[in-house]
Design a protein around this ligand. Structure first.
Ligand code: TRH
Length: 377
């Protein structure tokens, strides 16, 4: 089938990250013909630095990436059209969809949520008032009655390879840091600005056991660097504060970021895509939900925790819930690292079980292809 995916970048990397991951998997893993229209070429280049500097049609991994303007005059319409996150298709493209026979299958890819109501809305059509065409809602989620999660066929094997005994030595060969970090507890950090960060850094630096904190370039690295004091920490450098060694990484390629999540013992992730990737890494993680007005993100946080904590012993679940509340600005009092630290063995076993359970069903791309094949043919 032919697919057109439309992505407008609101902010950060999640919109383009999810859209690219979907496009790539459709093309590489399912041999579909895919075009990805993007409105923000700079954001695309941040994630895919090999893209040309000028916004011109470009192909990678079997996907044709096009600037948004290419869909604004006399566009050819694909058999399946994906509007990522309700981004509003260009009027000329909508007009072409209306006159296409048969009309394309039009799918609105929604944001991920663990809330129950998405099961009732996933897959439902809604008539578009302007064109009269049906637009289908596709909700990523954690259960069989949702759209699932993007999981490329090779992701778990690549994780296992990264977690093999030589995995960390191999990582250090590619990202050189002082040798003694090998013996530390490895933690990765990707976060929005977070008032709880100084508390965590103080815990690790004052702790009894060494911690290596791996931080890709961006907001979190700037915050950690400010906390350390002195000259800003540059990519490739490390700096020590008590038991804590901060290791500054470049902004990694998506596959290398997956590898970082796999080699660390705890991952701090955020938003949507890194949150899912941490679950494939099958290691304990701490999620910072994308902050939304009126605490809407806390509802999403609780919905996920309610699912995730099932089957976890009450002590470990309590430690996880307290730390996540603190990390998301919802704790009533300061939360020490020690409880979470003590729960790590139980959390590690649980993370593996959770990953195994999620990966026993079709991923999002498989569900999307199967449902679209059924409708288009
Ligand atoms: O960047 P984000 O905060 O994106 C957010 C969310 O998607 C949110 O739901 C949405 O509303 C908002 O954007 C507009 O976090 P997220 O979703 O984890 O996306 C980050 C992407 O960046 C993800 O694909 C992983 C990738 N990444 C790398 O490729 N290399 C890196 O070094 C790092 C740290 C991330």
């Amino acid at each position: 089938m032919t697919w057109d995916i439309f992505c407008r970048v609101v902010d950060n990397f999640g919109d383009i990250g999810v859209s690219w991951r979907l496009a790539r998997s459709l093309a590489v893993d399912h041999r579909q013909q895919v075009r990805l229209f993007v409105d923000d070429w700079d954001a695309l280049r941040r994630l895919l630095p090999m893209a040309p500097t000028a916004a011109v049609p470009w192909s990678a991994s079997g996907v044709t990436v096009l600037p948004w303007s290419q869909a604004e005059c006399a566009p050819q319409v694909a058999e399946v059209v994906i509007e990522a996150f309700g981004c509003h298709l260009p009027p000329a493209y909508l007009a072409a969809m209306r006159s296409a026979a048969p009309p394309p299958r039009w799918i609105n890819l929604e944001y991920l949520s663990a809330e129950d109501w998405i099961e009732d809305c996933h897959g439902l059509p809604s008539p578009d008032p302007a064109t009269g065409l049906a637009k289908f809602f596709f909700f990523p989620g954690f259960t069989a009655r949702t759209g699932g999660l993007i999981r490329e066929p090779q992701v778990l094997a690549r994780r296992d390879a990264a977690q093999a005994p030589h995995g960390r030595t191999a990582w250090l060969a590619d990202h050189p840091m002082p040798d003694d970090v090998l013996a530390a507890r490895w933690i990765s950090l990707f976060a929005y600005d977070n008032p709880a960060l100084p508390r965590r850094l103080a815990d690790w630096s004052e702790g009894a056991s060494p911690v290596a904190l791996w931080v890709p370039e961006g907001r979190a690295l700037r915050s950690v660097s400010a906390w350390l004091g002195g000259a800003p920490l540059a990519v490739g450098q490390s700096r020590r504060a008590g038991a804590l060694t901060v290791c500054a990484l470049p902004f990694l390629s998506m596959d290398e970021y997956d590898r970082l999540l796999a080699v660390c013992e705890v991952n701090f992730v955020r938003g949507e895509d890194s949150f899912v990737r941490a679950q494939w890494a099958a290691r304990p993680f701490v999620w910072q939900a994308y902050p939304q007005a009126e605490g809407a993100h806390l509802v999403k946080l609780e919905a996920f925790l309610a699912r995730y904590c099932k089957g976890l012993d009450s002590e470990a679940a309590g430690a996880l819930r307290r730390l996540w509340a603190d990390w998301n600005g919802a704790a009533t009092h300061a939360v020490p690292w020690a409880d979470f630290h003590a729960a790590l063995p139980a959390l590690e076993r649980h993370a593996r079980r959770w990953c195994d359970r999620l990966s026993a069903t079709d991923g999002l791309v498989e569900r999307l292809v199967k449902s679209s094949e059924h409708e288009v043919k």
